[in-house]
Design a protein around this ligand. Structure first.
Ligand SMILES: Cc1cc2nc3c(=O)[nH]c(=O)nc-3n(C[C@H](O)[C@H](O)[C@H](O)COP(=O)(O)OP(=O)(O)OC[C@H]3O[C@@H](n4cnc5c(N)ncnc54)[C@H](O)[C@@H]3O)c2cc1C
Length: 208
């Protein structure tokens, strides 16, 4: 079992019984996510952007328009704080105070490296396609040079990383346990729905 080194910044202070630095747990939380939130300082304001995230080995990647303002700040050297969040359940307690949520989350502090080499960029973008929609990759047109140029890909080392995980039932005060109010967990899951045909696909190819 390997673990991320705990730093002053990644040491979880509040709710530290939920903290983990186990690399496999962190990787699993990231790999199950499609979306992260990337925060950094920009010239005139703080900014947090939701964006797709994917991982290759001990690095994570985000991509976006080469005109993206937050990306420009990150390329200039602003440090990012990236979070990945799974909401797993609503924890219903007997008191309003002890209501909570079950979750798995990761927080990463890291500086970006822009991927400029064209073949590396293509490889990393193709990995995103494979990871997000594994059955989708074969057959789609790859990005052309203009599209590659219009796309920034940023890489972040996974070194300063923490995870927090809450599972299980509510933690109520003993004196509340006899209250006649339901307590438990309402699970929350993210599911893919049934595919909906693009009308233009239908008009070009007819019914499946
Ligand atoms: C879906 C969800 C909902 C939440 N709702 C609430 C809420 O309503 N109110 C609330 O107070 N808290 C909530 N939390 C927990 C919240 O994210 C913080 O962990 C908590 O508030 C402690 O904040 P702090 O500033 O005291 O952290 P500290 O313990 O001081 O943070 C120190 C370090 O611990 C690490 N860390 C802190 N939080 C996290 C995290 N969530 N994941 C990974 N690493 C972390 C970071 O490296 C951070 O720099 C929620 C978490 C999730 C995932």
């Amino acid at each position: 079992m390997s673990e991320f080194k705990v730093t002053d910044r990644t040491k979880v202070k509040r709710g530290n019984q939920r903290a983990t630095y186990d690399t496999d747990t962190v990787y699993k939380i990231i790999d199950e996510a499609l979306v992260c939130h990337v925060g950094a300082k920009m010239a005139d304001r703080p900014m947090v952007q939701p964006t797709i995230i994917w991982r290759i080995d001990d690095k994570v990647y985000i991509h976006g328009s080469s005109k993206n303002g937050l990306f420009a700040a990150l390329v200039k050297g602003e440090e990012a704080c990236i979070t990945v969040t799974h909401l797993d359940g609503l924890v219903m307690a007997r008191s309003s105070f002890h209501h909570s949520v079950n979750y798995r989350s990761v927080m990463i502090f890291s500086k970006a490296t822009e991927i400029t080499d064209e073949s590396e960029k293509l490889y990393v973008l193709n990995e995103m396609m494979k990871q997000i929609t594994p059955d989708r990759f074969d057959g789609v047109r790859e990005p052309n040079q203009q599209e590659l140029k219009a796309t920034s890909v940023l890489q972040f080392d996974l070194t300063e990383v923490s995870a927090k995980v809450r599972t299980g039932p509510p933690v109520d005060d003993d004196e509340d346990l006899a209250l006649p109010v339901w307590a438990g967990v309402i699970p929350v899951t993210t599911v893919m729905g049934n595919p909906i045909d693009d009308p233009l696909w239908l008009s070009n190819h007819g019914k499946k």
